[in-house]
Write a protein that binds this ligand. Sequence first.
Ligand code: DON
Length: 589
Amino acid sequence: MKSFFSLLSCDFLICRLSPLFYMLLLTGFALQQCTSPEVGHWKEAEKEAFSEELMIVSSHPLAVEAGLEIYERGGNVFDAAVAVQFALAVVYPRAGNLGGGGFAIIRTEAGEIFAQDHREVAPGAAFREMYLDSLGQPIEGLSLRGHLASGVPGTVAGLIDIHEKFGQLQPFSILLEPAIQYASEGFRISATEAERLNRFLDQFIDANTRGNAFTAKTIWEEGDLLLQPELAKTLEAIATYGADGFYSGWVADSLKAEMERGNGIINYDDLKNYQPEWRKPISFQFNKFELHSMPPPSSGGVLLNQLFHLVEKEEICCEETWDTRSAHHLLEASRLGFALRADHLGDPESMMLSTGQLTSAIRLDSLWQLFDPHSAGDGLRYVEKDFTLPEAYETTHTSIADSRGNAISLTTTLNSNFGSKVVVGGAGFFMNNEMDDFSILPGLPNQFGLLGSEVNSVKPGRRMLSSMTPTIVEKEGDFYMAIGSPGGPTIISAVFQVLLRDFLFDLDLNDNISRPRFHQQAFPKATRIENEVFSEAVKEELKSRGHKMEVVDRMAVVKVVKKSAGGKLQGAGDKRNPDDHAAGIDLRK
Ligand code: DON
């Protein structure tokens, strides 16, 4: 703690010695720059923790702290999850959110499993061609940046619904106290957060009609205090009025006014009509394990089911690294899965084949017939377009479990870093750019290179297809693991590979999460690999079978709570995100 603050002593001295200091202190700008370094929240990240009682792993240490605090004050796993998520909206602004959406898989100690969908929906005034010009061609960036890029946010409604159904701590407002404190007292940003804020500053200025907390400085540095008084007011409105504090009242007025200033289309009816949905989880067996994952509008559960089904057809080797036969098998299974995703998946209300049909054993077996054991499939033949896989941590994931078997796996997102880059004026939160997860022109890849069909085209009230894969695993009827990740389509690959290594080789959790990964999504044909995921010899053999490979820096940031053999809860964050944090608590000791 001390050494961190000593980094700031130079700033501090300048503040104290400058004759302008007292004058500057009167302005908000000065407050942002020169607040005493003893002020503001900060916590170092830890990647691994053990506990007998409660474990939380999430994208930021201060958010994990918020969850622990709520548990200590008498909350349960689900109260803690809600507190973590509201805190992430403050301390992890590039992805934590009020203006986004997500999914949760929940397990109660009675062994019941639930899937909650609080994904954004297309506004009532949305239409299929809204991102196309008069020639029917996509308008560059329109579904990604600015006011038209946003779906109607679902996170606030989703969290409140989780608290109403599963929470125990009352009143609800307590759960927002840590988040409100972080927003109003400020917190010290990490090096990664500073780098992100600087990288996107021009876009914030471009997309916004007003100044905001994020444009308060021209260069952000590690340890700077980020104060978000407008966001604190919004959180207070939610604490006081629940969902009405966000979907109506002055926050809704601010959102509507923001939309009008930037030619956006989200209106009062869209906000008033937003509802989370409870869905039937995708549940299936692999060896001794029962997996429960997210159904459409996520593709995560369907693809996990398919991947594990195809894995059963082959002996997978080896613990240290995949051999050629296994690598080929896993890559082709993934290629098939993503081809199916492109053709069939979307909002369940629009799908031609139901989730049940898509995951039936007959259908999964029939996929096996498409499998060439010797050469790489062609993938999909659609429009070629260059793209780089976006980074790995523009989404949040939280895994929490207690010793009684209550657990939650919760993934929420703004889609890209800082979503659409639009901050709602006066209300202080970023809006999502989730509309890009629709197929804005069926057949044309989106920012992740993902293809989709008509079932995922833009339509009012429709939910856009996702890859988020919050998952809970049971072993012989008991809680075993809560897992999930950010990373767009690479989420599915990462969650699958960590689970597979755990199930087959029982690897140490940290070692498992650190292992390099691969990602094959049918289009483009090349497999994205983290260096050394395959040995040089295996790479050569794969190439001779027609596989192409492209090395990327990193993919996905997996967060896991696992019940270890001794019965303790083990939490593990991913070294790929410096801010990932795992912490537990043992109050009953
Ligand atoms: O729902 C989806 O699949 C995407 N919007 C998630 C985006 C994401 O994970 C970006 N993070 N790296």
